[in-house]
Design a protein around this ligand. Sequence first.
Ligand code: GLN
Length: 244
Amino acid sequence: MNAPMRLVVAHLYPDEMNIYGDLGNIVALSRRIQWRGHEVDVQPVQIGKPFDFSAADILFGGGGQDRGQLLIERDLVARGEELRHQATAGLPMLVVCGLYQLFGHGFRTGAGTDIEGVGIFGATTVAGSQRMIGNITVQSRFGRLVGFENHSGQTVLEPGQQPLGRVEKGFGNDPSRQFEGAVSNNVIGTYLHGPILPKSPALADHLILQAAQRRYGVTDLEPLDNTLELAAARSAAARPRRSR
Ligand code: GLN
């Protein structure tokens, strides 16, 4: 047993960037911390409100419509230097879809509007004519990741930018390559909604362990019974790519 810890989870723009069950990632992180007897404090990062990222142990940001991305653009870019600094310093972060795109260099919407990103990932996203919608499974170093994708943006990684994994079923970053997501330091970007973490306990625990290591020097986490989580992942992975 580790001594009791208190971990702060920063939630980027919960009002504007939060679709297709992304909030479930906050629930999964919180429960997995609490089930181990530790304390979690979820703090929203909101437009125009100061936030001290050095107090955060994990940062999560979800997806959103193009409109949501436009609403947060200026605020996010204003926090860019601080976020890049935290990324380099090793803060564990998970960003999904709309915020994954804006953790790269930016996103050009179908209407031709350029939305600026913070450049943590060497990745650029441009909307294609076809929306990429459906169930998706990905092989990654955290095992098989299972989720649901719905995006117009096609993300191209720069040479040297590591992807999160390889698409088994679905589209991922773009339809012409098999890459999904991006990883830089402890920052993970992905298109997987659904949400991803309740069905991917290894990824959830990776984020929690990095956080616990940085703040408390902890080297392993108390094991949890993942029977239900893995059954949910298997059942989701067995779904066809598109449901009727
Ligand atoms: N608006 C972006 C796109 O369509 C992101 C969508 C999302 O977060 N699901 O590509």
